[in-house]
Design a protein around this ligand. Structure first.
Ligand code: PMV
Length: 361
């Protein structure tokens, strides 16, 4: 069942409709992970993430009234300047699913141009940035045509809801600093349907660094979609969902207090739990690689030796996100470059940090 169904959002045949909208939207890194879903892309547990700044997608949507009315989505999809049929057919299916929410979409001819700030093959999930950028464009088109979303909260909620239908984690990319997706005690208005901004955090986290260490750019053996599905039969699923609920409550307090040690314990354990869930699925699988473990071991040894508050987390893949406060960047960067880059593909990493969220271009 979809919410936001609105059959009034239909253009009159005589309307003179033509325009373009563009948004830049960032990726995000989850601290408490969404892993396992039910219904129409609803999370089995709440999740919380840092919004990033440097890893983003820019999407331009040009639209005009179809010359001849017909049913269906009329779309040309360009990725990094080139017509891309594989991505185009995925976006086409997504837009078809959204027709009850945006019924005017089948009255328009659409041309979409999308590009990422990071190499497509960097092995970084681009679904959060790309689906959120597209969702923001669709909400702006609705507002331009029908003047329905002038309230900022209403706009963000709908954009987050629509982004969620494309990729669950994309629902969190709509907001500055941090976002919570999923019903969560202590977070006002939190919902499984859309994410909400979370800014009640200690100043140390507002410019936290995230160096994304690219261990491998290869395609993952098991997609996130398949990984979520395997949670349905995972023997640890029920206690895991409860654990995530408890952990997010503890992390929220830690974020407010600025307790870095406690933050690191929760975040690292959570990353390893995500991968333990993959290892305990039926069939089991591994997305970490030997070099991911080499990096994890070195981060822990460096922390023990220097007492610097530097911690790791992982997405559903082999790359390692190194999290630390901005004021120790000059101590951490030499360590990254000398001790960690040898374990990265082509010595690649993407220096990123907590960002301000999407921007209309
Ligand atoms: O949004 P999806 O379906 O690609 O799932 C993302 C899952 C994780 O990145 C592993 C965790 C998260 O909460 O982002």
């Amino acid at each position: 069942m979809l919410d936001y169904i609105n059959s009034d959002l239909i253009l009159s045949d005589s309307a003179d409709v033509e325009g373009e909208v563009a948004w830049r939207s960032p990726s995000n890194i989850a601290l408490i992970k969404y892993w396992g879903k039910y219904g129409v892309q609803l999370p089995c547990n709440p999740s919380i993430s840092f919004t990033l700044e440097n890893a983003f997608t820019e999407t331009l949507v040009q639209y005009e009234l179809k010359s001849k009315p017909d049913k269906g989505i009329a779309l040309d999809f360009f990725f990094e300047g080139e017509l891309n049929e594989a991505f185009g057919s995925r976006v086409q299916k997504y837009l078809e699913q959204l027709l009850p929410i945006f019924p005017f979409l089948d009255q328009l001819s659409l041309k979409i141009n999308s590009a990422n700030s990071f190499p497509h093959s960097a092995g970084i999930a681009s679904s959060a940035s790309s689906m959120s950028a597209l969702a923001l464009c669709l909400c702006t088109i609705e507002d331009n045509l029908f003047d329905t979303l002038s309230d900022d909260t209403a706009f963000s909620q709908k954009a987050s809801y629509v982004a969620r239908l494309g990729s669950g984690s994309a629902s969190r990319s709509i907001y500055s600093t941090m976002a919570v997706w999923g019903e969560c005690e202590g977070i006002a208005n939190s919902s499984d349907l859309f994410a909400v901004e979370h800014s009640d955090v200690h100043s140390v986290f507002k410019n936290f660094q995230d160096d994304i260490l690219i261990v491998s750019t290869g395609e993952k053996a098991v997609s996130s979609r398949a990984g979520h599905a395997l949670m349905n039969d995972n023997p640890y699923a029920t206690p895991r969902f409860q654990q995530a609920k408890n952990r997010i409550a503890a992390l929220l307090q830690t974020l407010q207090a600025g307790d870095l040690e406690e933050f690191g314990q929760i975040v690292e354990n959570e990353a390893l739990t995500l991968h333990a869930l993959m290892m305990s699925s039926q069939p089991s699988y591994l997305l970490m690689q030997p070099n991911s473990l080499q990096i994890i071991e070195r981060v822990r040894a460096f922390r023990a030796a220097t007492k610097h508050p530097v911690y790791f987390t992982l997405d559903a893949g082999p790359n390692v996100h190194l999290l630390y406060p901005e004021d120790i960047i000059h101590e951490i960067r030499p360590f990254v470059e000398e001790e960690l880059l040898p374990f990265c593909e082509n010595s690649t990493y993407i220096p990123d940090f907590v960002g301000e969220g999407p921007e209309e271009l």
